[in-house]
Design a protein around this ligand. Sequence first.
Ligand SMILES: NC(=O)c1ccc[n+]([C@@H]2O[C@H](COP(=O)([O-])OP(=O)(O)OC[C@H]3O[C@@H](n4cnc5c(N)ncnc54)[C@H](O)[C@@H]3O)[C@@H](O)[C@H]2O)c1
Length: 284
Amino acid sequence: MVRDQIDRIGVVGAGTMGSGIAQVAATNGYDVVLRDVEPEFLENGFETIDHSLERLENRDALEAEPETVRGRIEGTTTLEDLAECDLVVEAALEELAVKREIFADLERVCADDVVLATNTSTLSITSIASNLEHPERVVGLHFMNPVPIMEGVEVVVGELTAEAVVDLAHELAMDLGKTTWEADDKPGFVANRILMPWINEGIRAYDEGVASKEDIDAGMELGTNVPMGPLTLADHIGLDICLHATETLHEELGDRYKPAYLLKRKVEAGTLGKKTGSGFYEYD
Ligand SMILES: NC(=O)c1ccc[n+]([C@@H]2O[C@H](COP(=O)([O-])OP(=O)(O)OC[C@H]3O[C@@H](n4cnc5c(N)ncnc54)[C@H](O)[C@@H]3O)[C@@H](O)[C@H]2O)c1
């Protein structure tokens, strides 16, 4: 059974993502318990939230008062304070051992019907849940950075994730004003499987002197209409996060830089995209 009456959301980790998730949940009327390991990390998280709320209010993009939103978030360093939460989202370090330990702790303090979600960028949901008694309640709820601004949330389905848990993950994300897509528990899911090699190649191109960092970013922004080039985006994500993600992808997927088999076959078949009326999609 899955608890689907969600009033109080637990967030583990008050860093870049956890603070954003807490803010968005509180903005949408949920009570939030935000947990980190040291008071100073919580303080940093609350500072980030305050700045973000202030910016949104100045842009008239916040319906509630910042103090009301802020008042719904309780910070704690005590694990047991998550016991009354109806759902928990983990957004701590991108390391499997750390996440496994956190989920074992959560299983100990949270009721059996509470969904435990992870914001992991690339780690396997199934691996994170593998030593739990109830792995069926673990799901990927992959918010994008910065959480208050980005609309998309990737729902990641582990081998053992129950269907009701997946449904609840979509519903919750939509209730937070997000739009979801769903991915299987394969390395990097959709977003990072494609994004991380792109960032990595931007870094490599810079290192190999292809262009200045400004020109690499400008080339991708102006040439491909993305809002941010790879080096700027890497900085926004956090280079450590990028490295952990890329290492996971490398370990799991190996050499991904050869042209895709399907790409070659489609070109040989003359299905070149919009200009021929058919590529990966059909065009009128
Ligand atoms: N940064 C991004 O752009 C981004 C985007 C999507 C997903 N993610 C994922 O979100 C997660 C968090 O990333 P981040 O960028 O917020 O990292 P971060 O380093 O900014 O924050 C992580 C926080 O977790 C805390 N923490 C560590 N162990 C903990 C524990 N046992 N209990 C409670 N808190 C603990 C740390 O003290 C830190 O405050 C990672 O899994 C990352 O891969 C990151």
